[in-house]
Design a binder for this molecule. Sequence first.
Ligand code: GLU
Length: 305
Amino acid sequence: MSAPVVGRFAPTPSGRLHLGNLLCCLLAYLSCRSQGGKFLLRIEDLDAPRCPKRLADQCIADLRFLGFDWDEPPLYQSERTGIYQQAFDRLCAMGLIYPCFCTRAQLHAAQAPNLGDREPVYNRACAALTPGEIAERAKTRTPAMRLRVPDEDVSFVDGHFGPVCENLERDCGDVILRRSDGLFAYQLAVVVDDALSGVTEIVRGRDILSATPRQIYLQRLLGYATPAYRHIPLLMDSQGRRLAKRDKDLDLTALSKVMTPEQILGMLAFSAGVIPENRPAGLTELTKLFDWKNVKKDDIWLAYP
Ligand code: GLU
């Protein structure tokens, strides 16, 4: 018998959930529940000033309004610093972490032009500082802490997107695991939390696809299993722009005034290809109908009823 599926939704409550977040939750939920899996909710509020409790509560209320449920009390990353510290200490003990004193402006200036969609790769300006140089710089600036990555390819097969391969040194660069303000970075927290929660399937937006190889590398270093990944296309508004937290008319405050939960879920399910017509549908019915084969692979345009 194969191991039970454990899925999750991990929103960052820095604003009200928008339809793109909700589509991600919907597909993660349907995939997990249609396999009889356990579903978890994790509130990624590491950046506490940007993610006040009020927004986390609102996020949970919004998910409940739509009928989502989860099998354990939600985890709050803001309460788990000690757990991230332990993982961080293990990586330090492996000699893989170094302090980086570069300012935002320095990082920006060192960036090669014409990167296109690619994110900048750190130029390792701080990778070979001597203990004396580190002590001197630490007098005026608290460093970020970076993980040194090897010249190594990491590949995996995304369940929805297909094969992905990235060279850590060339495509990703040394990863910040603790920011200069002392907060642990998403890259570390997400890996630790998914592993300790026993998550076996991660469904999330394609905007995070390029972060996955570095997360798999971290899993390997920390001795964690790699879950199955499915990165889903992004949701576009009627002008073909990616939905974002700035689109106030598409957040649930506005939508819940004019649509029922079943209308909102049905609209999302239809837009993504889960059902063939735009009609109200609840989670129980959608779970029965769900099949990844029907989910679109290209950008998803939101279809209003
Ligand atoms: N917290 C991230 C977001 O809201 C998602 C992280 C993940 O699913 O791994 O974009």
